[in-house]
Design a protein. Structure first.
Length: 146
């Protein structure tokens, strides 16, 4: 933009050197053209500043968006890994319906092999849905007798 203003100042200097009278037809036209050019140069300066501000703002938005994408995709990857874990072999799970809220609670069958006292609560309503001493587990019974 400074180059345009420099050229405009040069043009104004030429006009002064010609010693055009401002009351003459040529002087009036020349002064009007110079005024329009000055306004255009000022407008272009304003637009340039606004564009620079907009570029800074877009860079900041791009950085924020990149951080959000990283967080979202990281969470999706975690969920995908959990889904893969549960989808691999659904036969190894025992489904129990909660007597209170009727939500389905999935238990891994291998928890019965330890013979320990187990109490499982519903994640939805915290109602106890399973206790090992309430249910007969043949594998647990066989281990206790050994």
């Amino acid at each position: 933009m400074t180059r345009i203003k420099e050229k405009l100042a040069y043009l104004m200097g030429l006009a002064e050197g010609l010693e055009l009278k401002q009351e003459s037809k040529e002087g009036k036209i020349f002064n009007a053209v110079v005024e329009v050019l000055e306004e255009m140069a000022d407008t272009m300066d304003d637009l340039s500043e606004e564009q620079q501000d907009m570029e800074k703002y877009l860079e900041a938005l791009d950085m924020d968006l990149g951080e959000l994408e990283a967080e979202i995709y990281e969470e999706e990857d975690e969920f995908a890994a959990e889904d893969e874990f549960f989808d691999e072999e659904t036969d190894n799970y025992l489904e129990i319906e909660c007597p209170n809220c009727h939500d389905i609670v999935c238990l891994e069958e291998n928890i019965f092999k330890d013979g320990d006292l187990i109490e499982v609560t519903c994640p939805n309503c915290n109602e106890v849905v399973y206790r090992t001493h309430d249910h007969f587990c043949p594998e647990c019974e066989a281990e206790e007798n050994d």
